[in-house]
Design a protein around this ligand. Structure first.
Ligand code: C2E
Ligand code: MG
Ligand code: MG
Length: 750
């Protein structure tokens, strides 16, 4: 185009030059009229000039169009939306950005109300904004939620101004930005800020662990104010409780996974060490390197205290605060392991209070508890810190001694020394409220072998067995475990099982032994229980009555004996030569102590219909160890019915004359042990004589048991005892044999 223009320009110029030359020539030659040729030529020149002007005009127009396109582009694709509104609120123009923002088409916006795009809740604000824009000379802004053509909402920032044109028409110009994302970020920021001021302690550090900011809870937990903490490194909080490997593992986790969470001991400004649940998160930059660390932590002292309390309950005895069985077994297992390494010998001491039950029963459980607490303190004071004192329950305590010399004899001496120390300490008087109480203990000791790890309970059992032997040996003493004890205990356990079964299966029978007075007259019969065991054969009451008493099985068994003896007595009442016999039934202290004992006896009397005057109950001196008033009361009630009482085995036990005087007894029985050697042992003779004199003084009958020879019978008669029981007359016999024996006697007398 330029070259064409240039060419035209050049040809026009050369034509003009030719025309001008001709004009000059004419003037010089004074030629008056231009020729047709000249006129034609001039016309051509004129045409060329006209074309040149058109070309310039076209060029200017094209430039104008180019710049208009540019302007339209700027307007349509501007980063903000532009709208112009009439003063009535109708949209007059709208750029493409605004169209897109409103998610619709231009034609659906033009000549429509802008207010239609504003959500109902924001209409008031829109009106207010619109009025302000119309009235104010300055730009006015507002944030409104608009609804797009697709129904989706977005938050828009509107800035509005009014413009009046030369024709006097006022337009409202609005620019529109979608600030939804900005608003969301703002909310998130607010949430983050609120969270930062939450209950949990928070701190932000740089990559070098220098604290950049902390929250309020941080200050509350650690005691360091914001100013004190910022600028310090996190070493400020270290408690010194963790070694380098702890922190190494923590940072290794943060480096590898970007975070770490766990429990950590930190130190407060006041020096106090506290447990915290900490989580550290690395904030990474674009290159994946940690630029900051965010630490969030909670003080878990309270939780720890509760946890500790729960642990305490699980492992400690609530009354005394001593270790319980679980913890003891735990320590025992540890001790076995360490003693093997250290070459030491551990020992278990089983400590059981003597007659504790009596205190509980007579004074009450709170006195019992008070005693147990004091015993616990004394035990702890008797041993070293490494040793464990545990309470298994009731009045049973166990002491685990560590580090005794592994030479057997040495260890025994050391353990016995501790045992003696404990016995002495526990025998000191106790102050229980107003009551001064005396108590003793029995101790069993066993050494824990290395292979005991498999059976910790067995160790305890051994110590328990030895303690039992200490009780048998008279209490307030100690015994070491020996393997025979195990055999004895096994035998005892199997006897106990059999006995229980025997009662259920009714394997018992009564044997009867005659009681003789002067002139060889049989006036009474003692019922003696026998156990017919399918394998053991006939078992002596000496072998099972003590066990039955200890285990309480004497209660059903004793009741059966009384019922059977009374039933027999009732039958004999119908037989003339038996009708005058008095039946003697042995009653153990435990039976007598039952609250309903008197009722039980009266009930049996009623059911069997026996004459109470024909029933004699034999008690041993062990009843004197119990509540004497209670015994007297019960005896008096039964005596009122006609029942009489005899005191068995007199002289072997607690024999207290003053007590004997109190009891409403009818008879005392000289024990077999004094009768046996009455002819050879002057002491025994003297005791027998004393018993006889005493009985007479108290107005009681006297009978001797275990009389086997006539010489014994005569010696007793000489001392004034004419009644006896023994092999001399008859052994205890099964029912049929006893009845046959009585028949034979009847015949021989007859
Ligand atoms: P105990 O009541 O003192 O009974 C007397 C024991 O001496 C009986 O032993 C009897 O067999 C034995 N005996 C009698 N005369 C002679 C004799 O001349 N020589 C010798 N060596 N022994 C003689 P047993 O029957 O073995 O009873 C032993 C103990 O068992 C009884 O002593 C009594 O304490 C207790 N017992 C027996 N049956 C019962 C019962 O039904 N209930 C209670 N609670 N205890 C009973
Ligand atoms: Mg007896
Ligand atoms: Mg006896």
């Amino acid at each position: 185009m330029n070259s064409l223009a240039d060419h035209k320009k050049k040809s026009a110029a050369s034509m003009r030059a030719a025309a001008e030359a001709e004009l000059t020539c004419r003037q010089v030659c004074q030629t008056p009229e231009p020729s047709t040729e000249v006129l034609l030529h001039e016309l051509q020149v004129h045409q060329i000039e006209l074309e040149m002007q058109n070309e310039a005009l076209r060029q200017a127009q094209s430039a104008l169009e180019e710049s208009r396109d540019l302007y339209v582009d700027l307007y349509e694709f501007a980063p903000v939306g532009y709208l112009s509104l009439t003063t009535d609120g109708l949209i007059a123009t709208v750029n493409l950005t605004a169209v897109k923002m409103l998610r619709t088409e231009r034609k659906k916006l033009l000549q429509r109300r802008f207010a239609a795009r504003v959500i109902d809740e924001d209409l008031m604000r829109w009106n207010h904004f619109f009025q302000s824009v119309k009235q104010s000379d300055a730009a006015t802004s507002a944030e409104l939620t608009l609804r797009g053509g697709d129904g989706a909402l977005f938050v828009a920032q509107l800035v509005g101004e009014h413009r009046t044109s030369g024709t006097g028409e006022t337009m409202i110009l609005i620019n529109l930005s979608d600030i939804t994302k900005l608003k969301l970020a703002e909310v998130q920021l607010r949430i983050a800020a609120t969270a930062f001021e939450a209950q949990q302690g928070m701190m932000v550090t740089d990559a070098n662990e220098v604290i950049l900011s902390v929250n309020k809870a941080f200050a509350e937990i650690t005691g360091y104010s914001r100013d004190e903490a910022v600028g310090q490194t996190t070493r400020l909080l270290k408690s010194g409780r963790h070694d380098a490997s702890f922190y190494k593992a923590m940072w290794a986790s943060i480096d590898a996974c970007g975070s770490w969470q766990g429990e950590i001991w930190n130190r407060r400004k006041n020096g106090e060490i506290y447990p915290a649940l900490l989580s550290v998160t690395a904030v990474k930059n674009g290159e994946g390197k940690a630029s900051h660390y965010v630490g969030v932590f909670t003080d878990i002292s309270a939780r720890k205290t509760i946890e500790a309390k729960i642990e305490h309950l699980a492992f400690y005895d609530p009354l005394t605060g001593l270790a319980n069985r679980r913890l003891l077994l735990d320590r025992l297992a540890q001790t076995i392991a360490t003693s093997a390494r250290h070459g030491t010998q551990p020992a278990l001491l089983f400590v059981d209070l003597d007659e504790f039950k009596n205190l509980n029963d007579t004074v009450g459980h709170s006195a019992g508890d008070a005693l147990l607490e004091q015993v616990a303190k004394r035990l702890v004071a008797c041993v070293r810190e490494d040793d464990t004192v545990a309470r298994l329950g009731g009045d049973e305590f166990v002491v685990l001694l560590q580090g005794l010399n592994s030479v057997a004899g040495e260890a025994a001496t050391q353990a016995a020394t501790v045992g003696e120390k404990i016995l002495t300490s526990l025998a000191q008087p106790y102050q229980l409220g107003d009551l001064e109480h005396r108590s003793t203990a029995s101790i069993g000791i066993t050494f824990v072998s290395r292979d005991a790890q498999q059976d910790l309970d067995r160790c305890l059992q051994e110590a328990d067995l030895a303690m039992y032997q200490a009780k048998v040996a008279g209490k307030n003493t100690l015994r070491f475990f020996e393997s025979q004890m195990q055999t004895a205990m096994t035998a005892r356990v199997s006897l106990q099982t059999d006995l229980r079964l025997g009662i259920v299966k009714q394997q018992f029978a009564l044997h009867y032994q005659a009681q003789v007075v002067e002139d060889n007259r049989i006036v009474g019969v003692e019922a003696l229980v026998r156990w017919h065991h399918p394998q053991r054969g006939i078992v002596s009451p000496l072998d099972f009555i003590p066990l039955a008493e200890e285990t309480g099985m004497i209660l059903p068994l004793g009741r059966w004996v009384l019922e059977t003896a009374c039933a027999q007595l009732a039958l004999w009442a119908q037989v003339p030569h038996m009708a005058d016999l008095t039946t003697v039934v042995n009653v153990s202290a435990r039976q007598f102590l039952q609250v309903d004992w008197v009722d039980q006896v009266l009930d049996i009397l009623r059911k069997t219909g026996v004459n109470p005057h024909r029933l004699k109950l034999e008690l041993t001196e062990s009843v004197l160890a119990s509540n004497i008033q209670d015994i007297i009361g019960k005896m008096t009630l039964l005596k009122a019915q006609g029942i009489s009482f005899s005191l068995d085995d007199f002289g072997t036990g607690y024999s207290s004359l003053s007590y004997l005087k109190l009891l409403p007894m009818d008879q005392v029985k000289i024990d077999r042990s004094f009768v046996r050697d009455i002819l050879v042992n002057t002491n025994d003779a003297a005791i027998a004589q004393m018993v006889i004199v005493l009985a007479k003084t108290l107005g009681l009958n006297v009978i001797a048991e275990g009389v086997e020879t006539e010489a014994q019978r005569d010696a007793l008669a000489n001392l004034g005892c004419h009644a006896y029981q023994g092999y001399l007359c008859s052994k205890p016999l099964p029912l049929i044999e006893f009845e046959a024996f009585m028949k034979r006697r009847l015949k021989s007398i007859g």
